[in-house]
Design a protein around this ligand. Sequence first.
Ligand SMILES: Cc1ncc(COP(=O)(O)O)c(C=O)c1O
Length: 462
Amino acid sequence: MKSMHAIDMETVEMTLDIMKYAINRISNTSPELGKPKQEHELLELVGDTVTKEGIGGEKAFQLFRDILVKASVPVDHPRHLAFVPAAPTRAAVLFDLVTSAASIHGAYWMTGGGGIFCENRAMEWLVSLTGMPDETFGVFTSGGTAANLSAIVTAREYWRSLNDDNKKLKGLIITSSGAHSSVKAMAQVIDADIITVEDSEEYKLTKECLESEIKGLSDFDRKRLFAVVATGGTTNAGIIDDLEGIAEVTEREKLWFHVDAAYGGAALAAPSVRHLFNGIEKADSVTIDPHKWMFSPYDCGAIIYKNMELAKNAHSQKGAYLDIFKDKGAQGFNPSDYQIQLTRRLRGLPLWFSLSMHGTDRYTTAIERGLELANNAAKQIKQLPHVELIREPGLSCVLFSRIGWTAEDYREWTYKNHDSGFALVTPTKWTLEEGEITCARFCFINPDTTEKDIKEILESMK
Ligand SMILES: Cc1ncc(COP(=O)(O)O)c(C=O)c1O
């Protein structure tokens, strides 16, 4: 039996096929919006793909290219405005190929030094956007969930190191109901409790409501409270908590201050909204996801810490076979010491290459474009009789309703647009004085989305 690591004609042909596909896909400005299909339908279409003898590279690739990829949604489709879409730069996607081809283990400097060097340059830029103190630094993670988990584990371990009583207590975190589901899920992972609090006008976590919540805690709960998680751009509506006010409270109360800016953090690079983040420079940790609005391919998150030593105390793994990495001869920055993962891809490399190629100014321009599209959508909505703006855009998120529609109407409209390959725009919920309503939501990331795309999507609601 021939070795599957050998370079033979089949490998050469497969390489050419894959490179051809990659070039076509990377240069395609309007990829087909894949239609959803049930798993059993896909199985009927492609049959068994993993067999004892293998089906051959040509066949497997043909099934992927002609059938399976078409049952997936390209995140960079210009009319994909649902959830938090993405729009990796072509440079970043190409360098994702290079990252794979280079086969570098990115956990420790000893094996990943050159690649980690590049990641660190990109990280310096991210850190500079926050305005945090000089010693601040961070690492790239698999995404916002892993970044938030890494931060709250660091916060919890720091709190427990302060006195022995804390070691016996179940931790408590205050956040807002607008915080991303990953904050609640990760609190569950570390077995901490969560309290959500926000003001009733703007649904922000503010200084006043945080102070009053802390004041109202029992002595026991006050002892358990170790962190406040603010959001720098809620996923649903782009709302930024009162970071300045929260920083004052957390400093006075000696609480860890984490800002989850996984989605919104990119807007730190946009001068038109930078002031909304004032106070972030006082955070103990910040999450920013380059795979959202910083045009990196999946998956790439980042966690930034004011005090890297605290992260190292919480995360550095020890094991006989790992000792060599801490040796003098291998010394350098070890990303695995600062977040939850040991073996890691050099996931910051595509961002570094794209930043190096294009420069940071072009990032600013592309991020400002998302804000411009949100403002344009709001303007168009205000001018049309059949739709209504629910609130002014929060960063690049726009919430609006179609007058007279029920939740079912929004669902049908979403599926109709998706099935026809026109657009992916999904409904969400929002709470008004009269109660919770279903509405439509745009989230703009892709700078190639046009004003005409917005117009046509709004027309599809007529
Ligand atoms: C504010 C916020 N935090 C965290 C996350 C989770 O990030 P990820 O999906 O990269 O794990 C998201 C994802 O949308 C988010 O918007």
